[in-house]
Design a protein around this ligand. Structure first.
Ligand code: ADP
Length: 319
């Protein structure tokens, strides 16, 4: 029987308000934030800039203090059991800050020392090799390219063999080859049982890699599901048509659509934009001889975020 926790991370009612500074007013970055990350999942935290992703990660990593609520990592409360909680995660930060006077090998050894790992338990060279940095183990970090620095930060996060690996927008500004290489390795870690949490504002990246996606906006989780279910949800729209005259029943010519007569003057259609165009529905309604005064399509918040994310990644040349 294993004693492994069911969930790698559990966040309940987490709130974070940054205090006002000078003329900058207080900012509620997380509002009643709830999230459960199943053990073993490859989980994407997706949201536009400013949504609160880094704030959440910084709280988990002990770099920011929550205002209220609770968070558990691998069953350990981040406030009551900070050491154990921190030991269970490895965080790859967004910034490429690396001490230029250490070699990659030294850097991993220092990190291992910080976690109190005995020499015999250290795997610095093995991790560097896995990240394709074996031949750079003893070079000064300042001679490493941006891509190599990114891999070195992943290596550093893995030194203490954390059960949960958190990557905070690791591919921002990273070239395609490196991105692929990074994902190959992270996928392998995930296949070996490491739970991976990735923040990104690239929908395509989340969709391709992750089995679960949470979408956050304005400090709240607005959707959280398996990637399959969520993508299905995004491909769902509703159109409401207000009729000029009472309708007793839906005309047979509209039977091919998912139409519901809400009341004698209101007809509702649920459709998948990937399969049906709104114009097809409108033509069918007109061809059925129905006159309408108003027509509205519902843009759920999810859809808006989706569009926003898609535009973001279009503009920044995302994957
Ligand atoms: P994301 O990582 O999704 O881009 P952040 O967590 O960085 O979002 O930011 C969430 C909100 O909190 C933003 O409005 C941001 O301006 C604000 N914020 C982030 N860090 C600080 C800070 N140290 N002090 C004040 N406000 C902050």
């Amino acid at each position: 029987m294993d004693n492994l926790p069911k969930n790698a991370i559990e966040i309940k009612n987490l709130c974070k308000t940054y205090k006002p500074q000078g003329k900058t007013p207080a900012k509620e970055a997380l509002k009643d934030f709830n999230l459960v990350i199943p053990r073993g999942s490859f989980f994407a935290l997706l949201g536009p800039n400013g949504a609160g992703k880094s704030t959440m990660i910084n709280i988990l990593a002990g770099l920011a203090i929550k205002t209220s609520g609770t968070a558990h990592i691998w069953g350990h409360d981040i406030t009551d059991d900070t050491r154990a909680a921190k030991r269970a995660i490895g965080v790859v930060p967004q910034e490429l800050n690396i001490d230029p006077f250490f070699t990659p090998y030294e850097m991993l050894e220092v990190q291992a020392g910080l976690y109190g790992l005995k020499k015999s338990d250290r795997r610095s060279l093995e991790i560097l090799a896995a990240m394709g940095l074996a031949d750079k183990a003893n070079s000064y970090a300042r001679t490493l390219s941006g891509g190599m620095r990114r891999r070195l930060l992943v290596a550093k996060a893995l030194v203490h063999s954390p059960q949960v690996l958190i990557l905070d927008e690791p591919t921002a500004g990273v070239d395609v080859d490196l991105r692929r290489q990074l994902w190959t390795y992270v996928r392998k870690l995930n296949a070996e049982g490491v739970t991976v949490l990735l923040t990104t504002h690239y929908l395509e990246e989340a969709q391709e890699l992750c089995d679960h996606i949470a979408i956050i906006n304005h400090g709240r989780v607005i959707a959280c599901d398996t990637t399959k279910n969520l993508m299905g949800q995004l491909d769902s729209k509703r159109m409401t048509i207000m009729l000029v005259e009472d309708l007793a029943e839906i005309p047979a010519s509209l039977s091919g659509f998912d139409a519901v007569l809400i009341n004698p003057r209101e007809l509702e259609f649920n459709y998948k934009p990937s399969r049906t165009q709104a114009s097809e529905i409108i033509s069918a309604v007109q061809n059925a001889g129905l006159k309408f005064s108003e027509l509205a399509t519902l843009e759920p918040e999810l859809e808006e975020i989706f569009l926003q994310l898609t535009n973001d990644s279009d503009q920044s040349g995302g994957p």
